[in-house]
Design a protein around this ligand. Structure first.
Ligand code: SF4
Length: 188
């Protein structure tokens, strides 16, 4: 039995048991937001106490998605990165365009790219599968481009750099690259 895992599941279940608005309850991002909040409350990942969101957006998130007592959240060790606005812009361009919460997700993912670990860990999610769900639900066309299942942070940066014409890879194709394991090995 893993106490940290149990604690996260309990917190997540408590949050999901709250009376969200109808629109929030229908949002596939809601369970993932609950996991992000549970992770932050356990001081996992790098996000701030508002998950990297402006205070007003975080207030709206609580009000519509998890109304009730706020969790005790502390700021993680995240830091500003020069490319934050560019990453945010890229993610916003690929958002599904179905729900306003996609803008929150873009902020949250872009902000977490400052971390030193796998992106799902820097987000404070429970596992990589949750990040893959988030990417598929919020940025479906971008996620579909990751057909080789590259590590998510590597994939986002590679896409960003390729688009900007920045040559970042030591080989013309992944199959013949000495760094293959760095980009495609399991994110655990
Ligand atoms: S495996 Fe090599 S070529 Fe492929 S994305 Fe990684 S660094 Fe670039």
């Amino acid at each position: 039995m893993n106490p940290s895992h149990d604690c996260r599941e309990l917190l997540q279940a408590q949050l999901l048991g709250r009376n969200a608005t109808d629109a929030a309850r229908d949002d596939p991002l809601r369970p993932l937001l609950a996991s992000l909040l549970a992770g932050r409350s356990m001081n996992q990942g790098v996000l701030s106490a508002t998950l990297g969101l402006p205070q007003a957006d975080f207030h709206d998130l609580w009000r519509d998605y998890f109304p009730g007592d706020a969790l005790q959240l502390h700021n993680g060790p995240g830091e500003d990165i020069a490319e934050l606005d560019d990453l945010l812009q890229l993610l916003l361009e690929y958002r599904a365009g179905v729900r306003a919460s996609e803008v929150w997700a873009a902020h949250i993912v872009a902000t977490s790219c400052c971390g030193r670990n796998h992106l799902w860990q820097d987000l404070g999610l429970a596992n990589r599968g949750e990040l893959s769900l988030l990417m598929g639900a919020v940025f479906p066309t971008l996620a579909a481009l990751n057909s080789g299942d590259m590590k998510w942070k590597k994939f986002i940066y590679r896409h960003y750099c390729t688009r900007e014409g920045i040559y970042v890879c030591p080989a013309p194709s992944c199959g013949e690259c000495a760094d293959y394991a760095k980009c495609f090995a399991k994110e655990e």
